[in-house]
Design a protein around this ligand. Structure first.
Ligand code: G1P
Length: 296
């Protein structure tokens, strides 16, 4: 049974990935701590969750990720030094980003068994309530922010929701892909889901872009630990099974903003330029510099 429309209070952030695509940058620094302008990627994603009203931030970490925990903690020596030097603005910035006491939880994925397994590692902390899931590699930039739109859709429809957006046909094999009842609608029932369909077999070009609202029954299915595409425990496979149960509808929420895949070098670089161009303090000067670079 779908739970009655309980509020979405908790969000899960799977941050255990090794970041091999960014070596050597990620040898000692987690990929989630690489910065888009002056905020770590993970901070941008937590900002999105906070803007959507999330109250509890659950990080599924792994080895060498302790610095993420430090980032979301107060930094006593730093704050004291800033205070002594009268750096009020910087202090305020740090205070604004700091989650309140007890608002964060950290658990570890002890082996890289896939996204489904990472999410399952958060089951005890999530408990028996629907929750949001945000994949930190994917920056969703839009107004309203993606998760806020999804929570609005959840309040209307309930059930399970995934954010989707179109990708070029030659990229559908890289993602989870959904088929929907009404392609023109902002929110539509999902008719099919498939994880990384072989080229030429995708039911549409709508990819699962990394924002989810899921009912807690997903954990019972993840518990089975069945392997899917790439030999990994796939979240999409558990979602397919959940969707087959009575009273577990799945909806696609089309995101019309910009998505930057910061798991790829190009996506990460473009995100940096795009976010910087929007900043009043950097945008105009950066535009001039880019123009100069392009003139050679
Ligand atoms: C995961 C999901 C996939 C989704 C993608 C978005 O894949 O399994 O359904 O489309 O994230 O980035 P991964 O990128 O971990 O291979």
């Amino acid at each position: 049974m779908t739970s009655p429309r309980k509020p979405i209070r908790k969000a899960v952030f799977p941050v255990a990935g090794l970041g091999t695509r960014f070596l050597p940058a990620t040898k000692a620094v987690p990929k989630e701590m690489l910065t888009v302008v002056d905020r770590p990627v993970i901070q941008h994603v937590v900002d999105e969750a906070r803007a959507a009203g999330i109250e509890h931030f659950i990080f599924v970490t792994g080895r060498n990720k302790a610095v993420i925990e430090d980032h979301f903690d107060s930094a006593y020596e730093l704050e004291r030094t800033l205070e002594q030097r009268g750096k009020t603005k910087e202090l305020e910035l740090l205070a604004r980003d700091l989650p309140a006491a007890g608002q964060t939880s950290f658990t570890r994925q002890q082996a890289p068994l896939g996204l489904g397994h990472a999410v399952w590692c958060a089951r005890e902390i999530v408990g028996n309530e629907p929750f949001a899931l945000l994949l930190p590699d994917m920056l969703h930039h839009g107004d309203p922010p993606c998760l806020s739109e999804m929570i609005t859709a959840y309040q209307e429809h309930g059930g399970n929701l995934v954010a989707v957006s179109p990708v070029p046909e030659d990229q559908t094999h890289l993602y989870g892909i959904v088929g929907v009842e009404d392609r023109a609608a902002k929110v539509s029932r999902i008719t099919t889901m498939v994880e990384k369909p072989p080229r030429g077999t995708a039911p549409s070009n709508l990819h699962i872009s990394g924002r989810y609202i899921l009912q807690p029954e997903i954990f019972d299915l993840l518990e089975r630990q069945e392997r899917g595409a790439g030999g990994e425990i796939q979240l999409t496979d558990a979602m397919i099974r959940l969707a087959a149960q009575p009273d577990q509808p799945f909806y696609a929420v089309r995101f019309d903003g910009k998505i930057y895949d910061c798991g790829s070098k190009l996506g990460f670089l473009v995100a940096n330029v795009a976010y910087a161009l929007e900043r009043e303090d950097l945008g105009p000067a950066l535009k001039e510099e880019i123009a100069k670079l392009l003139q050679g």
